[in-house]
Design a protein around this ligand. Structure first.
Ligand code: ZN
Ligand code: ZN
Length: 291
């Protein structure tokens, strides 16, 4: 009987750990927490993303309909300005580290390419595209990582990344620096670096009594991806396939995204400078002027 109870308890704890990892980048409230525990077990299927340098990153795919929701307690964060839609399909780590802030075209693509990164550690370790820098060296577009320091809890291991952002505008202090990040399953916000649900005093699990205060470490990374591009056609079976965008994949770390073509004039035709897609349209503006 004792053995049976012990096994049951272990399964229970494993489920809780899984649910808590899925909730990284989601600020905990009593209702949100219990609601998402049920969600995490049923609606997401677990898988891995293998980086170009061989590390395996735990991810989860959403199996049901998406949603576009604001962060429930948004008014607690006075600097936050919504700059993008909410989605349960990807989280802060995916936004900052896989998509690198390029999410405009993800709805055009299959669910298999949109996922939640559950644990960002393996995306940081040995990543050839990242170099750790000091706050003084940081500038726009750099990666900002938030990590919970201190003792593990039942819901969160120690030294776990709990949030990721992209630096938007550096200030003289952390508090006056502005970043862009996705808040868990909710929308994308531009906000002051320390004004968000993931900081020590505000990152409180109300499911635990008394609430636990956490110490958050902020680190900065210079990002340098090496993209190769492939053309994405709206209908590749058409006699003359038309394309509006391409896929960019980093050969260094595997980060990827979709983006519109960047057109240039190549031999008087409108051509994408990155993927080489040729629209077959002439560049009218360079037709020689009639004298
Ligand atoms: Zn890369
Ligand atoms: Zn292109």
């Amino acid at each position: 009987m004792l053995q049976y109870i012990k096994i049951r308890r272990n399964i229970h704890i494993k489920k809780r750990i899984l649910a808590s990892i899925l909730l990284a980048c989601t600020a905990f409230t009593t209702t949100l927490f219990t609601c998402n525990v049920a969600h995490a077990s049923g609606d997401y299927s677990l898988s891995t993303f293998t980086t170009a340098y061989g590390s395996s990153v735990p991810i989860a795919y959403l199996q049901v309909a998406d949603a576009d929701e604001d962060y429930p307690q948004l008014t607690n964060f006075s600097s936050a300005i919504r700059v993008g839609s909410g989605s349960k399909k990807y989280n802060c780590f995916t936004y900052a580290m896989i998509f690198c802030g390029n999410v405009n075209n993800i709805s055009q693509n299959t669910n298999e390419e949109i996922f939640t990164v559950e644990n960002a550690t393996n995306l940081i370790l040995n990543n050839p595209c990242l170099s750790k820098i000091s706050f003084n060296e940081a500038s726009s577009q750099d990666l900002v990582m938030y990590k919970i320091l201190g003792n593990p809890t039942e819901y969160q291991p120690a030294n776990t990344y709990n949030h990721a952002a992209l630096l938007y505008e550096k200030g003289s202090t952390l508090e006056s620096t502005v970043v862009i990040s996705k808040w868990g399953i909710n929308a994308i916000y531009r906000h002051n670096l320390t004004d968000n649900p993931y900081m020590g005093s505000s990152y409180v699990s109300q499911a635990i009594q008394p609430p636990i205060e956490r110490i958050i470490e902020i680190s900065f990374y210079k990002v340098s991806h090496n993209y190769t591009y492939s053309i994405k056609y709206a209908n590749s079976m058409a006699i003359r396939p038309i394309s509006d965008y391409h896929k960019a994949v980093c050969s260094g770390c595997g980060a990827f995204h979709y983006e519109p073509h960047t057109y240039i004039n190549k031999n008087n035709y409108i051509v994408c400078k990155d993927c080489g897609y040729n629209t077959k349209y002439m560049v009218n503006s360079i037709v020689p002027e009639k004298v």
